[in-house]
Design a protein around this ligand. Sequence first.
Ligand SMILES: NC(=O)c1ccc[n+]([C@@H]2O[C@H](COP(=O)([O-])OP(=O)(O)OC[C@H]3O[C@@H](n4cnc5c(N)ncnc54)[C@H](O)[C@@H]3O)[C@@H](O)[C@H]2O)c1
Length: 48
Amino acid sequence: MRFLVTGGAGFIGSAVCRQLLMNGAERVVVVDNLTLTPAIFTVGHNQQ
Ligand SMILES: NC(=O)c1ccc[n+]([C@@H]2O[C@H](COP(=O)([O-])OP(=O)(O)OC[C@H]3O[C@@H](n4cnc5c(N)ncnc54)[C@H](O)[C@@H]3O)[C@@H](O)[C@H]2O)c1
């Protein structure tokens, strides 16, 4: 299954992304304007 996470670079959004990927999501796409948080660096970037 594929997912679109808005605010995915933030605190809650990045945790949602990690959980989705750990639970077998085929693809997780993040939409985030990167205005508020550096948390994107904790998400990882090697997933397809
Ligand atoms: N280390 C910590 O404990 C920590 C860190 C951050 C937040 N928090 C807490 O988490 C809660 C909030 O977390 P959150 O994930 O909702 O907020 P957040 O600020 O962490 O994430 C929101 C994300 O939405 C993005 N965003 C905002 N407006 C946007 C727009 N118009 N288009 C695209 N992206 C947009 C921001 O760039 C950001 O990445 C609060 O209770 C806060 O106190 C805790």
